[in-house]
Design a protein around this ligand. Sequence first.
Ligand SMILES: C[S@@+](CC[C@H](N)C(=O)[O-])C[C@H]1O[C@@H](n2cnc3c(N)ncnc32)[C@H](O)[C@@H]1O
Length: 258
Amino acid sequence: MNKGLPGHVAENRRYWDEMADEWVERGEIAWAREEPAWGRWHVPEAEIAMLPGDMTGLDAVELGCGTGYVSAWMVRRGASVSAIDNSNRQLATARRLAAEHDIEVDFRHGNAESLPWPDDSFDFAVSEYGASIWCEPSAWLAEAHRVLRPGGVLAFLGNHPMAACCTPPDGSDVLTSLQHPWFELGRFDWTEVEDDPGGIEFCPSISGWVKLFREIGFLIDDFREPRAPASSKGTEFNVSADWARRWPSEYVWKLHRR
Ligand SMILES: C[S@@+](CC[C@H](N)C(=O)[O-])C[C@H]1O[C@@H](n2cnc3c(N)ncnc32)[C@H](O)[C@@H]1O
């Protein structure tokens, strides 16, 4: 079933299918939210405006939708929504929650580096820690560009390279010292580490992203580095709230197709 998938996509499918049960509760909470809140620190939509306020009549797609709550938020704003995820087990949760909330999303199982939709299908594309970190950047960006209509918007959120550079090679919690060379940012293979082994992620540098946007045909509308809210506590996915109050743990890109 995984035949023909690139190695990182096959590994990430295995990893996410294995972990899907641990993401059910988080998905249920996010589906129940009235207002979107993003990333590790649940930064309010009002602060980073990931989604158009009114999505009535828009065709939208979520790339790496997991349990599908971002898709639900877009349907509630009036969009007609399609979504893809590489893990059938994550999609099982998404489909169950969609039925429970009486929300219609066209969920597909597949790889966001090779999308099942024709050219020029969507007005808006989004990824929160989905394709934005688990897919090879030039591959998923080229596909997002292909399925967006000219002028269509892509908004995505992922790990900030500052956090990636402060993560020790064993994948444990971020430190306040540099652990990884900035000029070797790119592919992070966590399959052999001691701390929560599994998965292959991507985190280019900022200039690396900008080069790809230019080559693929995206223009930049906005770039944000959300700060953890003052109320944040504890450690979320290897970053402590204290760290993320001092340095950016996440970034948001907003682009449109030329
Ligand atoms: C952290 S979840 C993102 C969904 C949600 N926004 C969240 O933060 O829970 C990551 C998702 O990306 C999916 N994913 C990983 N590689 C993918 C690929 N090549 N194509 C589509 N989805 C992928 C995983 O299966 C997983 O469900």
